[in-house]
Write a protein that binds this ligand. Structure first.
Ligand SMILES: [Zn+2]
Length: 169
């Protein structure tokens, strides 16, 4: 799937796990981290949005790990977030708040890729990709998955804002 489809789903997924009655700043942090988490797995492709922004890092990762392999698996996600957790605990514990929305966005990417070409969920133990084979940026993505993703995101944003805790409440 394209980043344009991943981002709204990442935002919606992260907001869905935000604490109830969170305040606007916290919702904004969750939304941004969720959107970022949702494009993060494609750092293993130099053609993706994030791969083009972080070209050198992406080239190295693609060369070593390959596209839609370790970075698109549960083990890869567990390793990456486990490492980030340890590093943040030791250095900037304040930023630990970012990990949940980032992780949820990340996992939403793997779920969406399952629809478009399949995700190697159990890589490196099982190398097969599981899922359906709708074409990336094909008719289904453009006319169904992406509009649906945007509608779901708008709904979740509206819902989160309507539950938002006000100052002094
Ligand atoms: Zn992907």
């Amino acid at each position: 799937m394209m980043s344009r489809t991943h981002i709204p789903v990442g935002i919606a997924s992260a907001l869905a796990v935000a604490p109830p009655h969170a305040q606007l700043t916290q919702l904004a942090i969750y939304a941004v981290a969720g959107g970022l988490g949702a494009v993060l797995p494609d750092i293993d492709s130099h053609r993706s949005l994030i791969g083009r922004k972080l070209k050198i890092i992406s080239d190295v990762i693609e060369h070593i790990a390959g596209h839609r392999k370790l970075f698109h698996s549960l083990i890869g996600a567990a390793g990456l977030f486990g490492l980030a957790y340890i590093l943040l605990r030791l250095s900037y514990p304040l930023y630990l708040i970012l990990l949940l929305p980032l992780l949820v966005g990340y996992l939403s990417h793997l779920v969406l890729d399952t629809v478009a070409g399949g995700t190697p969920w159990l890589y490196p133990f099982v190398k097969d990709r599981f899922g359906l084979h709708f074409e990336t940026n094909g008719i289904m993505e453009k006319w169904f998955f992406r509009p649906a993703a945007v509608i779901i995101m708008l709904f979740v944003v509206y819902h989160s804002l309507s539950l938002m805790g006000g100052a002094g409440r």
